[in-house]
Write a protein that binds this ligand. Structure first.
Ligand code: 5GP
Length: 210
C-alpha cells in the first residue's frame, strides 16, 4: 500500500463550558476514564487552590506576575479574567496532543471558548448546565469554599454565560451525573465518526478506476 501523504492525523478540540459549580470537572474526569485518547487540558490560574485541589492536576497555580509573563511570552492559547482571577490555557500541550492525533478538552469559560474558536474553527463547543437555578445555588453553597458574596458573583456570571448557550453545538443538563457523563462520551464518539475526521484512504482504495 502506498504511504498516505495527504492524511495528517489531528485530534479534535472540544470545549466544555458551564457555570462554576455545575460539575464540569467531575464529568470530564469520568468521561476521560471511559473514552480512550481524550486529554484534559490543565489551565494556569492566579486564584488560590480550594480545599482538595492539587497543583498540576486541578490547575497550575501561579502568581499574577508569572501569569503576566506567560501571557506576554504568548504561552496561552486563550486567557480571560473570571471572578477577579486570571485563567489561561497553556498552548504547547494542546498543540502536541492534537498533532499526535489525540482529542483534547478545554474546561474554559465562554469568553475563552470564543477566543479559541478564532484559531480552531472546527472546535466543538459543549455547554453543561444545571437542572435549575436553585440547584446551582445549592451546589455552590454545598461546596462551602466561598463566601456569600463570591457565590453571588458566580451566580451573576452564570446568568451571563447561560445567555450564550445558543452559540454552543451541544447542551448537556447535569441532572444525574452518570447521564451527563454518558452524553459527553456520546458527543465525543459521534464527532469521531464524522468522515472528515477519519482516514478514508484505506477504505476507498488507492486504485479506484473512477
Ligand atoms: P473555578 O475558579 O470555579 O475553577 O473556575 C471559574 C471559571 O473559570 C469557570 O467557568 C471555568 O470554566 C473558567 N476557567 C477555568 N480555566 C480557564 C481557562 O484556562 N480559560 C478560561 N477562559 N476560563 C477558564
Amino acid at each position: 500500500m502506498q504511504p498516505d501523504t495527504n492524511y495528517h492525523p489531528s485530534g479534535t478540540l472540544f470545549v466544555l463550558s458551564g457555570p462554576s459549580g455545575v460539575g464540569k470537572n467531575t464529568v470530564l474526569r469520568r468521561a476521560a476514564e471511559r473514552v480512550r485518547n481524550l486529554q484534559i487540558s490543565v489551565s494556569a490560574t492566579t486564584r488560590k487552590p480550594r480545599r482538595g485541589e492539587r497543583h498540576g492536576v486541578s490547575y497550575i497555580y501561579v502568581s499574577p506576575e508569572t501569569f503576566a509573563e506567560m501571557r506576554d511570552a504568548g504561552d496561552f492559547l486563550e486567557y480571560a479574567e473570571v471572578h477577579d482571577a486570571s485563567y489561561g490555557t497553556p498552548a504547547a500541550p494542546v498543540r502536541e496532543w492534537l498533532d499526535a492525533g489525540q482529542d483534547v478538552v478545554l474546561e474554559i469559560d465562554v469568553q475563552g471558548a470564543m477566543q479559541v474558536r478564532e484559531h480552531y474553527p472546527d472546535l466543538i463547543l459543549v455547554f453543561l448546565a444545571p437542572p435549575s437555578w436553585e440547584e446551582l445555588a445549592t451546589r455552590l453553597r454545598r461546596r462551602d469554599t466561598e463566601t456569600e458574596e463570591k457565590i453571588a458573583r458566580r451566580l451573576a456570571n452564570a446568568r451571563q454565560e447561560m445567555a450564550r448557550i445558543g452559540e454552543y453545538h451541544y447542551l448537556i443538563i447535569n441532572d444525574q451525573l452518570a447521564d451527563a457523563v454518558e452524553r459527553f462520551c456520546a458527543i465525543v464518539t459521534a464527532e469521531r465518526c464524522r468522515p472528515a475526521r477519519q482516514n478514508l484512504r484505506g477504505l476507498l482504495g488507492e486504485d479506484r478506476d473512477g
